[in-house]
Design a protein around this ligand. Structure first.
Ligand code: IPM
Ligand code: MG
Length: 354
């Protein structure tokens, strides 16, 4: 029996993950779920951000469904005592280096975008973000020298780390429109020069994929100028963090975007992975029952596709969400003047389409 670790976490995390679990249970009643505390929810119980118990649950599960972590009250705490430390611990201990962030505009939702509808109609791209290297995991330090505060972060990449994430990008592009945009800052950074060299070399292995190299500042601009020109975007950790939020909001709401974080060595379709909405904790709407469950529900679909080898139900869920949007139903974040449904009612509509 497949087993899923459910880590709701903080903010709207638990509210939207609950809805994803309802949808998952409908299409796959055979899947076992077990919940565990993470992030601020763990800290509040006097536990570390990623308690051992929680890590062990993840290790014996087929996949992890993750909500969000972060609580304003821990903003001043040292990095290791912040809820976010749980994310980094999960990403690194399970070597989840490939973060896929599919960005899609559902028919009927074009008017929610801040861009003109004709620019986003039919938008379908994927940001492939490197997730276990770069600034997030490089050496860091804050010190005082001669009475001056100094902080250092290190962007570090080893060639094999660059190669494996680029490979994820190339392989994914092959299954899609065969266009890959590799994003770097090779006019400034050594890590980017290495990245670019490897990307150019690998392009020769994929003659069927058209490759474009963009500097990250230009990529940020092109994303809002002509988002439809992108198919797969592959980039390092920090650039990917920033560009994926930008790509997300082009769809109108970050509340609709799921993600998959995958590791090495798995059989395609049966790979261990962590699945999470990219939108974060949204403290302003926490507990109000109005959060958009779409990202969480679509994360469950990604989980079925990548970890449970269940393309049929993944597609079914994605189709049901699309049908709900096509029927004009919305949550508050994308309501744009029309009537909006609470979190659970929106999920009910999705369930009704299944
Ligand atoms: C994300 C988030 C995290 C990140 C935060 C919460 C640490 O923004 O998953 O994109 O920066 O990776
Ligand atoms: Mg982010």
């Amino acid at each position: 029996m497949p087993s899923i670790a459910v880590l709701g976490g903080d903010g709207i995390g638990p509210e939207i993950i609950r809805e994803a679990v309802r949808v998952l249970a409908r299409v796959r009643p055979d899947v076992e779920t077990a919940e565990a505390p993470v992030g601020g929810a763990a800290l509040e119980r006097g536990l570390p951000p990623l308690p051992d118990e929680t890590r062990r649950l993840c290790a014996r599960s087929d996949a992890v469904l993750f909500g969000a972590v972060g609580l304003p009250k821990y903003d001043a705490a040292p990095m290791t005592q912040r809820p976010e430390a749980a994310l980094f611990a999960l990403r690194s201990s399970f070597e989840l280096y490939a973060n896929l962030r599919p960005v899609r505009v559902f028919p009927g939702l074009e008017d929610a975008s801040s861009l003109r509808p004709e620019l986003v109609r039919g938008l379908d791209l994927v940001v492939v973000r490197e997730l276990t290297g770069g600034l997030y995991f490089g050496a860091r330090e804050t010190r005082v020298e001669d009475g001056v505060e100094i902080a250092v972060d290190t962007m570090i990449y080893r060639a094999p780390e660059i190669e494996r994430i680029l490979r994820t990008g190339f392989e994914l592009a092959r299954t899609r429109r065969k266009h890959l945009t590799s994003v770097d800052k090779e006019n400034v950074l050594d890590t980017s020069r290495l990245w670019r060299r490897i990307a150019v070399r690998m392009a020769a292995e994929y003659p069927d994929v058209s490759v474009q190299h963009l500097l990250v500042d230009n990529a940020a601009m092109q994303l809002v100028r002509r988002p439809g020109a992108f198919d797969v975007i592959v980039t390092e950790n920090t650039f990917g963090d920033i560009l994926s939020d930008e790509a997300a909001i082009v769809t109108g709401s970050i509340g609709t975007l799921p993600s998959a974080s995958l590791g090495a060595g798995g059989v395609p379709g049966k790979q261990f992975g962590m699945y999470e909405p990219i939108g974060g904790t949204a403290p302003d709407i926490t507990g109000k029952g109005i959060a958009n469950p779409t990202a969480a529900i679509l994360s469950a679909a990604l989980l079925l596709r990548h970890s449970l080898d269940d393309e049929t139900n993944a597609t079914r869920i994605e189709g049901a969400v699309a049908a709900v949007y096509a029927s004009g139903k919305r949550t508050a974040d994308v309501a744009a003047g029309s009537v909006s449904l609470p979190t659970a009612a929106f999920t009910d509509a999705v369930l009704a389409e299944l």
